[in-house]
Ligand binder design. Structure first.
Ligand code: ATP
Ligand code: MG
Length: 550
């Protein structure tokens, strides 16, 4: 990891870890885990959890497990497993030999469940899903005991064994904890521990026709891996009594503490995997790694760096307050990272031809420029200059508004690293649209050797017509047109202009370079697309008046 990361700072979780260490409570050190379900790609919210779990452990020389929570084979896929590993690694974190799966513990989980049955703490229930819902009660009314609650230990063990043997149909029976149907906490009203689901699992194949629930599995995996701090998001707060109940009632000698923090929300996007799935499945985006997606893969393809995402997570911090972060903070973080790192070159996205009538025919000069004004180590490049060039249409105004500093009829402007030119006349097509500027150059005005005395007010970027390389440019905007898309109608709130494709012209040295990320001067930060040849994605524009906390 680079040393330019902003420090993680302090938060209530780090204070707690520090306290546990100083009070000698962690003889095995700090051990955390990141437990994704392999049912989709990771998003920026997961990045917060990754940075927290790996970060806290790293800060104390501890260890972090990457544990796949693969208890629901219906929705899970190996493709997601591979994508998740790639994303965690790309973010800069390493799990070494601590790659585990909930399914690694299936046998152990089964045996703990049988133990619960033996002490009358679990029973096989034949109520249908609908009946279960009815018996469960509500937030204000207590639930009712299942008629199957008092089955004998022998009958329960026999039924549970036969559930495992595949004797019963999907959904016909479940194993439930025997806790308290009158508990004010609905999670404690005899929650389901096992379901029958005759589905192949991507790792265990057809070995198991029953699968344990998340609430039953997660805490046991934490205990078996000796997790010192089980960090999860706030929606699990109400599940904590069940987490503790399971650990207290099985035979493990270690009880991990569950500590909750708030989820990350980000404006102008959605974060729930269900909604992200719909965006992909219904074709609103081009895939999980579409550069408009809030996924790690999408952000990477958009040109975000691991450093910028870690910086973002550090700035967001860890609290118990639910918060939706402004998109500007994420954009601020990538600009801050690329500003002192990405080489800068010239590209014209909306080309307007310029012909210098007094340029000697056939002459090609070579302009020299550094790749970065403050980073000499990046070196420099040559730019051929042949007297016919392209500037951005925006940099010319036939009737300039007051204060316009760029090119206008009769006016002068400096070409970056080149000459001062004057606009002599304008060529238009039949529709009255400007198609070409007829200009002259001031021969004594070459940048760095200027003796012309000309005082142009502006400097504009350009590319040489003889050597510019045409490329496809993808200009991305926010995926949604509203800051907080409504999950019930979010597809109506998509931004119709979230992608515009243009043809741009690059100075030849950019096209020939091996670098992936550039600042196109005065235009924005761009990255080569990982999939499409000759295509550049806009990471972020240059406007950067926003500052954190302002
Ligand atoms: P969903 O509920 O949308 O399917 P999930 O949050 O359950 O997604 P998991 O794969 O189970 O997805 O998440 C793995 C870990 O990442 C969990 O510990 C979870 O708390 C954490 N996490 C998920 N989303 C966020 C978020 N927006 N902010 C912070 N942590 C998150
Ligand atoms: Mg989950």
């Amino acid at each position: 990891m680079s040393d330019k990361d902003s420090t993680a700072g302090s938060d209530f979780i780090r204070s707690r870890v520090q306290k546990d260490i100083s009070e000698g409570r962690l003889p095995q050190g700090v051990v955390t885990r990141f437990p994704p379900e392999p049912n989709g790609f990771l998003h920026i919210g997961h990045a917060k959890s990754i940075c927290l779990n790996f970060g806290v452990a790293n800060e104390h020389g501890g260890a972090t497990y990457l544990r796949f929570d693969d208890t629901n084979p219906l929705k899970e896929d190996d493709r997601y497993v591979e994508a998740i590993k790639a994303d965690v690694r790309w973010l800069g974190f390493e799990w070494a030999d601590r790659l585990t799966h909930a399914s690694d513990y299936f046998e152990q989980l089964y045996s703990f469940a049988a133990d619960l049955i033996k002490v009358c703490k679990a029973f096989v229930c034949d109520l249908s899903q609908e009946q279960m819902r009815e018996y469960r009660g509500t937030l204000t009314a207590p639930g009712r005991d299942s008629p199957y609650r008092n089955r004998s230990v022998e009958e329960n063990l026999d039924l549970f064994r036969r559930m495992r043997a595949g004797e019963f149909a999907d959904g016909s029976r479940v194993l439930r904890a025997r806790i308290d149907m009158a508990s004010p906490n609905i999670n404690m009203r005899d929650p389901v521990l096992y379901r029958i689901r005759k589905v192949s699992h991507q790792r265990t194949g057809d070995a198991w026709p029953i699968y344990p629930t998340y609430d039953y599995t997660h805490c046991i995996c934490d205990a078996l891996e000796h997790i010192s701090h089980s960090l999860c998001t706030l929606e699990f707060e109400d599940h904590r009594p069940l987490y503790d109940w399971v650990i207290d009632n099985i035979n493990v000698n270690y009880h991990p503490p569950q500590i909750e923090f708030s989820r990350l929300g980000l404006e102008y996007t959605v974060m729930s995997k269900r909604l992200l799935h719909r965006l992909v499945d219904e074709g609103h985006v081009e895939g999980w790694d579409d550069p408009r997606m809030p996924t790690i893969a999408g952000l990477r393809r958009r040109g975000y760096t691991p450093e910028s995402i870690r910086d973002f997570c550090a700035r967001v911090g860890v609290t118990k307050q639910d918060n939706t972060i402004e998109m500007e903070l994420l954009e601020f973080c990538i600009r801050a990272d690329l500003e002192n790192r990405a080489p800068r070159g010239m590209a014209v996205l909306d080309p307007l031809k310029v012909v210098l009538t007094n340029w000697p025919s056939g002459r090609v000069e070579t302009m020299q420029a550094p790749w970065h004004p403050k980073l000499p180590a990046l070196g420099g490049r040559d730019m051929p200059f042949s007297g016919t060039l392209f500037i951005d249409r925006d940099d010319f105004a036939e009737s300039p508004p007051p204060g316009f500093k760029r090119l206008a009829p009769g006016g002068i402007v400096r070409l970056r690293y080149g000459y001062v030119i004057r606009c002599e006349s304008v060529v238009k097509d039949a529709a009255g649209r400007v198609t070409e500027l007829v200009c002259t150059y001031l021969p004594d005005s070459r940048s760095g050797q200027d003796t012309s005395g000309a005082k142009p007010k502006g400097v504009i970027h350009w590319v040489d017509a003889g050597s510019a390389v045409p490329v496809s440019i993808r200009l991305y905007e926010r995926l949604f047109s509203v800051p907080n898309p409504d999950s019930a109608r979010f597809t109506e709130e998509l931004n119709a202009d979230s992608l515009r494709v243009a043809t741009g012209l690059l100075e030849p040295a950019i096209a020939a370079s091996l670098e992936d990320r550039f600042q196109f001067e005065r235009v924005g930060y761009f990255v080569r697309d990982e999939e499409r040849p000759n295509t550049w994605n806009r990471t972020v524009s240059l406007k950067d008046s926003w500052t954190p906390g302002a």
